[in-house]
Design a protein around this ligand. Structure first.
Ligand SMILES: *Cc1c(COP(=O)(O)O)cnc(C)c1O
Length: 498
């Protein structure tokens, strides 16, 4: 299987190269040359399989230049019991007969990004080996909180790689900061940056584009790379749980063969819901996708009007991992839904760059609306949903999942659609303890501290997530703090150059 650009501006490359490169160097994103398909019988057979086996079945269709041995080894390391200490890598929780929460947060850092960031680094080091690069890879990550820790856990102690994470020193919660600064491993580095996330991200992007620095690094045997969510290597692991969850419902007799489901996803960069759409194109029976946003609701407007207008203010919300104005992976979706019309994609993304907006044609909008709905949940509604879901089902939602549940409730009230529905649950409530405690009537908490986790444990009846337990007692091993302008100096210092 080769990978081509959504903008038709690059040669086809093998999967290993797409994973090593991340983004198409000339602009655009890598997509598979064709979408492989499973028969209904093959999907039915998944009911008898383990998560790891289904993962292999999906990966081998896309990563054809990796050997079966390489894939199995990578999958085994990523989804071992020590990384996901639960009976199933992705358990389903039944709210009732028709609604299932797909819990994607049982990995090391309590957020759904673990699923991709446990496997992607394993794929990346194997992809690097194939190219016989004799350089050490330096992964640079700018994070607003969740991605940093998930990437640190995915890359720690991997041979031939160093990872450096930059986070805004005043822009993350105490728990998120402790998660990062207490990370062990012989190749992990964490730097707090004085400034906000945008400053942090811009500084890292500038470093990626700095050709002189690139040359200097190369002369010392290093090369930068990224663990960004637009990398195909982060997307393909996410297809797996849509199949495994469907198979689980089949196995338990909750679905008939070929019965369609609805899928609801709290959306930020559009990676998770795009993976669901690829699973559908591979044969997964889906009736409707419901794209849930928070107050940053560009996608809601887009699905309703076909106009994608980014000329608006960025809002900081209680579901911060969905605070985003431009959802990068939407580009892949538009490429697929237009029947792979690279010309249209190129035009729309040029409009976006020049005018801050684009508008799709009526025909494409009809295609989209036939299968996608979009809506959003305000801050107040999200809080209310956490409270009401707790009262009705004794289940504690994190704010991101609550956005999805609220949007689904609105959809159901409007459409009276009783199709069996899977709702992606993207974070453990412990990860956002301050908001959840507040929603459950425990008063104002500004910045959650480890002791708040115990309060939440008492109220929710859940065990504190193992990745967050005893955080207060762990040793802070990363103490680097830098100003924006010093990020480059910091990197050179870490790599002991000069
Ligand atoms: C990243 C993230 C999301 C958004 O997922 P996308 O794939 O970027 O759409 C939602 N919830 C949580 C908790 C996340 O960490």
């Amino acid at each position: 299987m080769k990978y081509i650009s959504t903008r038709g501006n690059y040669q086809a490359v093998e999967a290993a190269e797409a994973i090593r490169t991340g983004m198409v160097p000339t602009g655009g994103l890598f997509v598979p040359e064709e979408i492989p398909v499973f028969s209904l019988a093959e999907i039915q057979e998944m009911a008898g399989k383990e998560y790891q086996e289904i993962a292999f079945q999906v990966l081998e269709k896309y990563l054809t230049d990796f050997t079966a041995e390489e894939l199995k080894e990578a999958i085994g390391l990523a989804y071992s019991r020590s990384k996901f200490p639960v009976a199933e890598v992705v358990p389903l929780y039944a709210l009732d007969q028709n609604q299932y929460l797909m819990e994607l947060w049982h990995g090391p850092t309590a957020a759904f990004k673990d699923i991709a960031l446990q496997l992607m680094p394993q794929l990346l080091i194997r992809a690097i080996k194939k190219a016989e690069l004799d350089r050490e890879i330096v992964i640079l990550v700018a994070t607003s909180g969740d991605t940093g820790k998930a990437a640190l856990e995915g890359f720690k102690d991997l041979p031939g790689v160093k990872i450096i994470v930059f986070y805004p020193a005043e822009g993350v919660s105490k728990i998120q900061e402790l998660q990062m600064t207490t990370t062990d491993g012989n190749n992990t580095f964490v730097v707090g940056v004085k400034g906000n996330f945008d400053d942090c991200q811009t500084a890292v992007k500038t470093i990626f584009a700095d050709q002189d620095l690139k040359k200097l690094l190369a002369s010392k045997g290093y090369q930068f790379s990224s663990a960004n969510s637009i990398n195909w290597g982060r997307l393909v692991p996410q297809l797996v749980y849509y199949f495994s969850s469907y198979a689980r419902l089949l196995k338990n007799g909750l679905l008939g063969q070929g019965e369609k489901i609805n899928i609801v996803v709290p959306t930020g960069n559009f990676g998770n819901i795009l993976a669901a759409y690829y699973a559908y194109r591979m044969g997964l029976p889906v009736n409707r996708f419901i794209c849930a946003s928070n107050d940053n609701n560009i996608l809601t407007d887009f699905f309703q009007t076909g106009i994608h207008d980014t000329r608006r203010d960025f809002k900081k919300t209680i579901s911060p991992s969905m605070d985003i104005l431009i959802s990068s992976n939407l580009e892949r979706f538009l490429f697929e839904i237009t029947g792979r019309d690279a010309g249209k994609i190129k035009q729309w993304y040029q409009d976006l760059k020049e005018e801050g907006k684009f508008e799709i044609d009526r025909e494409t909008l009809n295609e989209i609306q036939a299968i996608f709905s979009g809506d959003y949940s305000s801050e107040e509604e999200t809080i209310k949903t956490i409270k009401e879901t707790y009262e009705q089902y004794q289940y504690t939602l994190d704010p991101h999942t609550a956005v999805a549940v609220d949007v689904y409730n609105k959809y159901k009230a409007k459409n009276h659609d009783d199709t069996v529905t899977i709702i992606a649950s993207t974070a453990s409530p412990f990860k956002f303890a301050e908001t959840v405690l507040q929603a459950l009537g425990q008063g104002e908490i500004d910045n959650a501290k480890p002791e708040h986790l115990e309060d939440l444990q008492k109220i929710s009846g859940l065990e504190i997530h193992p990745g967050l337990r005893d955080l207060g007692d762990k040793k802070v091993v990363h103490k680097r703090i830098a100003y924006n302008e010093q990020i480059e100096k910091e990197i050179l210092d870490i790599l002991q150059i000069r």
